[in-house]
Design a protein around this ligand. Sequence first.
Ligand code: CO8
Length: 257
Amino acid sequence: MGFVKYEPQGAVAVITIDREKALNALNSEVLEDLDKVIDGVDLETIRCLIITGAGQKSFVAGADIGEMSSLTQAEGEAFGKKGNAVFRKIETLPIPVIAAVNGFALGGGCELSMSCDIRLASENATFGQPEVGLGITAGFGGTQRLARLIPTGKAKEMLYACTNIKAADALSWGLVNAVYPADELMPAALKLAGKIANNAPIAVRNTKKAINDGLEMGMDDAIAFEAKQFGGCFESADQKEGMAAFLEKRKHEPFQN
Ligand code: CO8
């Protein structure tokens, strides 16, 4: 795909937003390419995805300001919907997605990273939602996901005052799981993705579903939903092998399904 690279490596695939000259800003074409790449992920073989940006400077520096500058209200809403549809597809993919944030994650870039399950950052990463300084609101889920991921007051400050934060603050507020020197970011992301991919795929998928769907429910419904996901793992080959290996005090065979 023109602006989005897809590189499967065994059970892990790396998706790279590749529009380096514009700091990987998301125009309609990039969003369409990303949508197609996501649709094309082979969920039979791929167990974890990594999303990153091309180059050393930027993950994604936001939605394309040039393209947005002349939109009408209706077109603006349509553009917002297009981005939201792709990001929601990423968020609800059955397999975990790691954002390897290698620089600027501004506006739509911060929002893309937040549609992923886990964020890892390089030391030079910067997160921010500069939209109100451009005369618009965050439009790809930023008002919703940021306020759910970090303390509400911090999210409001970022969104009202366009306060950008560096990787160290993102770490201390829980927006990212870990921070690495730039050249160690992808190896760390691949290592984590590999660990996830080595675990039982049905159990990992059911865990993602239990967490994400459960967070939208009251506790009684959420634990009932968890019980369903838990029950759904039984009688699978991986459940039988995982438990037999423990009982027989041996390493389990590679998980299959
Ligand atoms: N859109 C378009 N082009 C961009 C963008 C962008 N978001 N960001 C960078 N670029 C381009 C620059 O125009 C420049 O192009 P050129 O070389 O042709 O002039 C090139 O990338 C390099 O950028 P800079 O020269 O500016 O690089 P600096 O190192 O000086 O600065 C910054 C880097 C700080 C990241 C700076 O580029 C910047 O502030 N970029 C804009 C960041 C921003 O405001 N992002 C938020 C955009 S709004 C958004 O994402 C809304 C999402 C929801 C949309 C909902 C629609 C309804």
